[in-house]
Design a binder for this molecule. Sequence first.
Ligand SMILES: C[S@@+](CC[C@H](N)C(=O)[O-])C[C@H]1O[C@@H](n2cnc3c(N)ncnc32)[C@H](O)[C@@H]1O
Length: 266
Amino acid sequence: MAENNEFAGRFKKAIERNFDESAGIYDAFEEKHHLFGTLTNRLCELIAPNEPERILDVGCGTGISTLALYNAYPKSPIIYAIDLSEAMLVRARERCKGHSGIYFVRGDAEQLSSYFHEKFDAVFYTASIFLIPRFSESIAQACGLIIPGGVLAISFYTGIFDDSREDAINRVFPDMKYQYGAVAFPELMECLDAQKSYKGTEVDFHFEINREFLFDFLSIPAQSAGLFPKVPYIQRIPLVREFCDKLAGEVSPLFMGWKFVISRKR
Ligand SMILES: C[S@@+](CC[C@H](N)C(=O)[O-])C[C@H]1O[C@@H](n2cnc3c(N)ncnc32)[C@H](O)[C@@H]1O
């Protein structure tokens, strides 16, 4: 599925539209729940002892990951950050205003090598790789941009779980075909394993969430579009509310799941 050109083109158009629609709500969610900053900070801890001075942030969104990366390192790294959505980038430029050495590019993660010719100490995909249909193309190009000793760092959303790590959405809505994004985690690992000179490790990150967190998360247009793809946003909200009530009513406690992948270049 992921390698089909026509599918990829349509999928990326939908992603761009969904994130253009999401920018304000995305930032309101982050201000309340601090999810995306936390994911980026965890990746920075996991790549230690590396302290990258030249970073590429792929799918930088509203710049939450970009600023977290900048603040994580005392030497103020140079950061290039790329995203498809202009509405997300407008906020990213505003968030990072006044910090020197941060450059934003509007573009497609599947064409990294046409935008970037310099080498990086680290390339981050924070909460973005699963949205990139030809992710293997993007990863191969990113790997070519990393110096020996450098690192590729990825956070991957795996879903909502019960306390025995079973998929809670499948449990409560067995007929719902839900995969957030275009990429299944095993496909990503297969692609990373195929990169010459890279050696990867993965780390699970599960944390308990309540109904309010779930509702706020799924109220981001780009998130609820995965659940109710054909329904316009305004009509999705009552559906999201009903969905959260049922899920949180039938599964307690609820957990959100992510995987971190760190792949080092020898
Ligand atoms: C969930 S947001 C994460 C944003 C940011 N990294 C953070 O941690 O807050 C995912 C971002 O990836 C971007 N994205 C998705 N597909 C992309 C592509 N093919 N090229 C560039 N950016 C893409 C979306 O526009 C969106 O802003």
